[in-house]
Every structure is written in structure tokens, then in C-alpha cells.
Design a protein around this ligand. Structure first.
Ligand SMILES: C[S@@+](CC[C@H](N)C(=O)[O-])C[C@H]1O[C@@H](n2cnc3c(N)ncnc32)[C@H](O)[C@@H]1O
Length: 220
């Protein structure tokens, strides 16, 4: 899966893509990530990327001609045709909420593009004509789409075989089919007793059938 991220702040991703599960996913060949800065493709003087909103109001809006130029330069041809080659997802608080079902879809849709907004967001024509769909990571407003893109990429990358040390982590985690889509049972580690806070006896019993029963009973 190749994920192309368009952003005004590619440097935000420097730390992110150095994290172990991401380097594992990349080295395994399961994930390729590319970063593109809208500003590098601006057809405007001085690399301008945004402008004031028609109708007035605070802030700046990302320009449709700039996003179009960036998509054309990276994929070639008409920017309107890009979404026919691979999905173009625009990150926005107005979008479809990211959850495990949408992650399943993203995990099987092949290569895709993420558009990160900034300031007041995107000119609506970007969503209407250049994007496949808007995606939101929750009902709150971030300063930019970069963290939203990282959340999405992180959640997808950990599902790539080889990304995590223990494959069971993904098979049996919250929302997975292995746990019937439910939230994970409580986990404990040493010490078994801390300030009188005891780990449930059954987890120390070594009786795997009973442990399994206890865990099933404590799914969220
Ligand atoms: C400050 S926000 C724009 C908010 C917009 N004016 C509004 O009121 O909905 C700037 C950018 O951050 C990103 N963003 C903010 N919150 C987000 C969320 N919950 N999910 C996904 N992206 C988000 C989007 O790319 C957005 O264009």
C-alpha cells in the first residue's frame, strides 16, 4: 500500500516515520509513504497556497488551483482524473468518521492519497471535484490535517504483517474480529500485588481455559 500525503508541513512527519512499527511496515514492503508539499507546486508568485474566504470571515482557505497543480504534478495529467486512478481522501472535521470499518476499507483499497488542510480548511471545490471522500478523525477541530493523517496511517500500518513484534497484538485487540469487534479485556503485569491491589487470581492460575473464559467475560 502506498500512501501519498499532501501537506504544508511535511517536516511534521519526520519523527512519525522513524517510529519502529512504521519502519518495520516500510521495510517489509507493506507500506510506502510519500510526502508532498503543496507549496512546491504552487503556480502562483511567491508560492502562495491560500487566500481570504469569499463572503468574508476570519482566516485563510487553501486554494483549489494550488491543490490541482500539486495533484497534476505528482500524478500527471488532469487533476480531476487522479481520483479515478486512486482514492483521494480529504481530511476534514466534516468527513466520515474514522473507525474500524473505514480502516478495513482503507486497508483493502490499495494506494491512496491524503490531503491535509490548514488554516480555515479547503476551498469546497477541492472536496467536490478533486477528492473521493472527506474523512474525520473525530468531532473536534485540529489545527491541521497532519495529526489526522498520522492517526490514520498509524492505525493502518500496525495491521501490516511484520509491523508489530507480536502478531497476536493485532489479531486480538479492541475492535478486532478475534474479539468479536468488542473492546479488549483488562490486562495486568507484575507485580501481582501492589499496595494491596491484587491481580485477579484466575490470571495467575495457569488454567488457560479459565483465563480465556475470564477474558471473554470482561470484554468491553
Ligand atoms: C483548523 S482546521 C479547519 C476547520 C474548519 N474551519 C471547520 O470549522 O470545520 C484545518 C484543517 O485541519 C484538519 N482537521 C481539523 N480537524 C480535523 C478532524 N477532526 N479530522 C480530520 N482533519 C481535521 C483538516 O484538514 C482541516 O482542513
Amino acid at each position: 500500500m502506498r500512501i501519498d500525503v499532501f501537506t504544508l508541513f511535511p517536516q511534521w512527519f519526520n519523527w512519525f516515520f522513524q517510529q519502529r512499527h512504521l519502519t518495520n511496515a516500510i521495510q517489509s514492503g507493506g507500506l510506502t509513504a510519500r510526502l508532498f508539499n503543496y507549496r512546491d507546486y504552487s503556480p502562483l508568485k511567491h508560492g502562495q497556497v491560500d487566500d481570504t474566504p469569499f463572503g468574508g470571515g476570519a482566516g485563510m482557505v487553501l486554494r483549489v488551483d494550488v491543490v490541482c497543480a500539486a495533484l497534476s504534478a505528482v500524478y500527471g495529467g488532469d487533476c480531476r482524473a487522479v481520483k479515478r486512478k486512486q482514492p483521494v481522501f480529504l481530511l476534514s472535521p466534516r468527513g466520515r468518521r474514522l473507525g474500524s470499518m473505514l480502516l478495513d476499507e482503507l486497508g483493502s483499497c490499495g494506494d491512496f492519497t491524503l490531503l491535509c488542510g490548514r488554516y480555515e480548511g479547503f476551498d469546497q471545490r477541492i472536496s467536490d471535484h478533486l477528492a473521493t471522500e472527506e474523512i474525520s478523525i473525530g468531532d473536534y477541530v485540529l489545527s491541521g490535517g497532519e495529526l489526522a493523517a498520522m492517526v490514520l496511517v498509524d492505525a493502518l500500518a500496525r495491521r501490516i504483517p511484520g509491523a508489530l513484534g507480536a502478531e497476536d497484538s493485532v489479531r486480538l485487540e479492541s475492535f478486532s474480529a478475534g474479539l468479536d469487534g468488542r473492546r479488549e479485556y483488562p490486562q495486568y503485569t507484575k507485580p501481582a500485588n501492589f499496595h494491596g491491589w491484587q491481580v485477579p487470581d484466575v490470571l495467575l492460575s495457569g488454567n488457560h481455559a479459565e483465563i480465556e473464559k475470564w477474558r471473554r467475560k470482561h470484554l468491553g
